[in-house]
Ligand binder design. Structure first.
Ligand SMILES: Nc1ncnc2c1ncn2[C@@H]1O[C@H](COP(=O)(O)OP(=O)(O)O)[C@@H](O)[C@H]1O
Ligand SMILES: [Mg+2]
Length: 330
């Protein structure tokens, strides 16, 4: 039995994806799930959110990159062997991190080259294509209940390999033109990757090499940072928000949307999160999720209620994702 992998993906950056994974990791962990968070974005924003600079420097020091996700796949790139064990950063009793690495981008060409070679039953190509999944499963086995992956915003070979390693995908969006354009490209890419991987799997020549199933089941989308002013969405956002359900149904689920669908009645819309404004920088400063902020961290007055509401918002979201991915929260 493999540990379920949930990836958060959108090829438009800056929508709040990394912040979402950071907060959900803590929320899952707070409710008894053992979470392995994996930073597969070479920009390493998730890693920087979890660990401070001093520790980050130790993790990335010199050429000894065995601690990061890149270190774990480096022997394959060098041609000196198969995957290595990354060290896991212990964030708390229920939460561990596989740190990201800027050098991961140097593995991208390799992943691109190996993709077609799988069709010719090339064993090494299969080892390379399944490397992320195998590293994650090795790190998760006997400990984690779930793996959460963060990715950079593109449709490149690294993200393709990470997605075929995923059982589920959650799509964070912001209500703007570029997010919708992203969705138009992302939906067909997911379909193609899923189908192409299914075509490759039977050509694996190595019976001892277990491959990811590559189901990439869409869990739903979340609309992030739609600023609410006086409880009314800003006009400009309304237009884009109204178009999200139709675009998601068509581009990602390949089906016509139900008539009169909108983000309030769409079952695939799993969250609509506000712009948390000043709580976000407070949380970054305190190096903790927004919903754990205390008065001593500067969350005073109206912030206290906002922090409590936030906890409820994130718990509701965590429950929805858990329910749709077969996880059980305490
Ligand atoms: N709900 C939110 N409220 C306020 N600021 C947010 C929110 N979500 C994200 N941010 C801020 O927006 C910026 C981009 O978020 P990030 O999570 O890095 O996006 P992505 O991973 O999609 O590029 C960050 O500076 C983050 O602190
Ligand atoms: Mg990010």
């Amino acid at each position: 039995m493999s540990v379920p992998v949930i990836t958060f993906f959108n090829n438009k950056g800056g929508v709040g994806k990394t912040s979402m994974i950071y907060h959900l990791s803590y929320m899952f962990a707070d409710h008894g799930l053992r979470v392995l968070a994996a930073d597969l974005d070479p920009q390493c924003n998730l890693t920087a959110a979890f660990i401070d600079e001093e520790r980050l420097e130790e993790v990335l020091r010199g050429n000894q990159r065995v601690r990061t996700i890149y270190g774990a796949v480096q022997p394959l790139k060098r041609g000196t062997g198969d995957i290595a064990d990354p060290s896991l950063e212990e964030i708390n009793d229920n939460l561990r991190l596989i740190a990201g690495d800027l050098a991961l981008s140097s593995f991208e060409d390799h992943l691109a080259e190996c993709w077609p070679k799988c069709l010719a039953s090339d064993e090494r190509a299969f080892r390379v294509m399944s490397a992320f999944w195998r590293v994650l499963q090795k790190a998760a086995t006997n400990w984690a209940d779930v793996v959460l992956i963060d990715l950079g915003p593109n449709l490149g070979a690294t993200n393709r390999a990470a997605l075929i390693a995923s059982d589920f995908v959650v799509i964070p969006l912001s209500p703007d033109l570029f997010s919708l354009q992203g969705l138009e490209n992302l939906g067909p890419a997911l379909k193609t990757w899923r189908a192409d991987w299914q075509e490759r799997v039977p050509r694996n020549p190595a019976s001892d090499l277990i491959l990811p199933p590559g189901k990439i089941v869409p869990v739903g989308y979340m609309v992030l940072r739609h600023s609410i002013r006086l409880d009314r969405p800003v006009k400009a956002y309304e237009k884009w928000m109204a178009r999200i359900p139709e675009t998601y149904n068509r581009a990602v689920l390949d089906r016509p949307p139900a008539p009169d669908i909108n983000i309030d009645n769409d079952n695939d819309c799993i969250a609509k999160l506000r712009d948390y404004r000043s709580l976000m920088p407070l949380a970054q400063e305190a190096r903790k999720p927004m919903f754990f902020l205390k008065p001593a961290d500067g969350a005073m007055g109206a912030h206290i209620h906002a922090v409590q509401d936030l906890y409820k918002d994130f718990l509701r979201l965590a429950k929805i994702i858990a329910g749709r991915t077969g996880l059980k929260l305490e």
